[in-house]
Design a protein around this ligand. Structure first.
Ligand SMILES: Nc1nc2c(ncn2[C@@H]2O[C@H](COP(=O)(O)OP(=O)(O)OP(=O)(O)O)[C@@H](O)[C@H]2O)c(=O)[nH]1
Ligand SMILES: [Mg+2]
Length: 513
């Protein structure tokens, strides 16, 4: 009987490894790095009109409870999140409405809160705000002279301690006909109120850079107050007031969110250079690898664990705040091509993810022509991008200084808040001042060193980097004040995981620069 013993040696050759996978062996998680979302705080519940009724007490006093306040909207940047796609899909994040008050002095339940969780590195900017209560408060604080004539009658009524019926403010005893309502005397409308939580809201217009993991959520929009039950309107003249106030409308803020990944190391390289393979070799990432340009279409982030799997740190380094570093993160972005800064290829949209990386690694394919030329081309694109962003920053600063209008003075086109195609108008968020790209520490990863005839190319690259370090050659970006203390290159073969082990130590050293 023929026996077949599996041939492990050939099996290993034919079956793709973790580092040289078939193109369909990858994980792809949904990804979005920008979106617009409308955050709506909960409206307050209405106050209740009710009266005590018991055996032998036919016409008891008022006992309507207050409405519950609306739920709050919170935001929290958490480490586990990597993308904004969940929020991008939701578009409207709405906190619960407070419940209405009930008889027997029972107050309404509070509305439920909502939490927007975003990845660390998200920038939040307010586009529009509709805050009816703030508008009312502002209106009341305006000098009386400027108020319109129509309101004068209201004012005289106010002085006498009585007010008028307003459908949007008052609730009356159910079953009353309009003529009865007209004959009723209404007390003065209570002044607009805000929940005490409103003081914790960030100042308008909201502008947040959530660049750290947050242990507790942060309040974005506080829920509105509930209406007052009819007990509040009891007076010596009317023991059984038949009115209560409605709960306040919740405020709406439309926010633009943009994720700028905050990785420790950013991989920059031409398409097909081997960036994703390198990420796979360094971390547990399952980034897509394929022998064609633009295999990667969205950023991948991998975590390199600095441990040799024996419970002992392989590279141990303390961060500036004294914490022992156990890992660092690497962002692999789509390849850059010439003129990426003019939005060719996929480059520009993703450059913002390397903009905030602490250290840059230029991944250069030694088998694909002159490595020095490739390095210069990559630096040229980065320098152009940086200059463009610098100009935007200046323009943005100017715009904010000249045209700033407090939000309550702006005319709020409410319809726009509800319009479904807000996404069409996304402009990139302005530059967040960080270290300029050219001032970041960097090094070169010369990959595919296993291929033939790559030796000379690597030597030329090394000579060039020595010249840059010693000042014989200018920095490849052509910019002054660029970082060139210790320019060096590491030859690797990512596909065989050779030479890759030297990278973590170097990154650790550069992270402390
Ligand atoms: N021989 C050899 N081939 C490699 C090495 N690293 C990557 N490759 C191959 O190069 C091709 C491209 O690798 P990727 O990792 O997808 O390249 P990339 O830079 O991520 O490409 P884009 O995502 O398109 O920008 C794949 O076929 C890899 O198998 C290496 O060290 N040696
Ligand atoms: Mg890739």
């Amino acid at each position: 009987m023929p026996t077949s013993t599996p041939n492990y040696a050939t099996d290993r050759q034919t079956s793709p490894s973790h580092l040289d996978p078939t193109p369909d062996d990858y994980t792809l998680t949904p990804f979005a790095d920008r979106c617009i979302v409308v955050a709506e705080a909960g409206a307050g519940g209405h106050g209740c009109v009710s009266f005590l009724r018991e055996k032998y007490i036919e016409e008891g006093p008022a006992n309507g409870g207050d409405g519950g306040s609306g739920g709050n909207v919170y935001i929290q940047a958490v480490r586990g999140e990597t993308s904004l796609h969940k929020i991008a899909r939701r578009r409207l994040v709405k906190a619960g409405r407070g419940k209405n008050g009930q008889g027997k002095m029972r107050g309404g339940e509070r509305g439920s809160d909502v939490l927007i969780t975003v990845p660390v590195g998200t920038i939040v900017r307010e586009i529009q705000r509709h805050d009816p209560i703030q508008n009312e408060i502002d209106e009341q604080q305006r000098p009386k002279r400027s108020r319109r004539k129509q309101e004068e009658s209201d004012m005289t009524a106010e002085i006498e301690g009585t007010g008028q019926y307003r459908k949007d403010k008052w609730l009356v005893f159910p079953g009353m006909v309009p003529s009865e309502v007209n004959r009723m005397t209404f007390p003065k409308l209570p002044p607009p109120r805000k929940s005490h939580l409103a003081a914790l809201q960030p100042a308008a217009p909201i502008w947040l850079d959530l660049d750290k993991h947050m242990e507790t959520p942060m309040l974005l929009a506080a829920g509105s107050m509930g209406g007052m039950g009819n007990t509040h309107f009891m007076s010596p003249f009317s023991a059984r007031p038949k009115m209560a106030t409605r709960g306040d409308e919740g405020m709406k803020i439309s926010l633009q969110l943009e994720l700028k990944i905050l990785a420790d190391l950013g991989l920059v390289g031409l398409p097909n250079a081997g960036k994703s393979t390198l990420l796979r070799a360094m971390s547990n990432s399952r980034a897509r690898v394929g022998n064609w340009a633009f295999t990667t279409l969205q950023p991948n982030v991998g975590t390199v664990v600095l441990d040799d799997h024996k419970g002992r740190p392989m590279v141990s380094k303390r961060t500036r705040d004294g914490r022992l570093r156990e890992n660092f993160t690497v962002a692999d972005v789509p390849g850059l091509i010439e003129d990426a800064h003019l939005d060719k290829g996929l480059g520009l949209g993703f450059l913002r993810h390397v903009e905030r990386a602490a250290v840059l690694a230029f991944v250069i394919d030694l088998s694909a022509g002159d490595a020095v030329q490739a390095l210069k081309l990559l630096w040229k694109e980065l320098a152009e991008y940086e200059m463009q962003r610098g100009k935007e920053l200046n323009a943005e600063t100017e715009r904010r200084m000249v045209k700033y209008v407090p939000p309550h003075m702006r005319s709020a086109p409410d319809e726009a808040l509800d319009s479904p195609d807000l996404d069409m108008s996304i402009d990139p968020l302005p530059f967040v001042p960080t270290t300029p790209i050219s001032a970041k520490p960097w090094f070169v990863v010369a990959t595919k060193a296993d291929l033939p005839n790559t030796q000379e190319n690597y030597e030329a690259l090394q000579r060039y980097l020595t010249d840059v370090r010693t000042g014989v050659q200018p920095h490849p970006s052509g910019l002054k004040n660029a970082w060139k203390h210790n320019t060096q290159s590491i030859p690797i073969s990512a596909i065989n995981a050779e030479g890759v082990a030297a990278i973590p130590q170097l990154v650790m050293d550069l992270l402390e620069e």
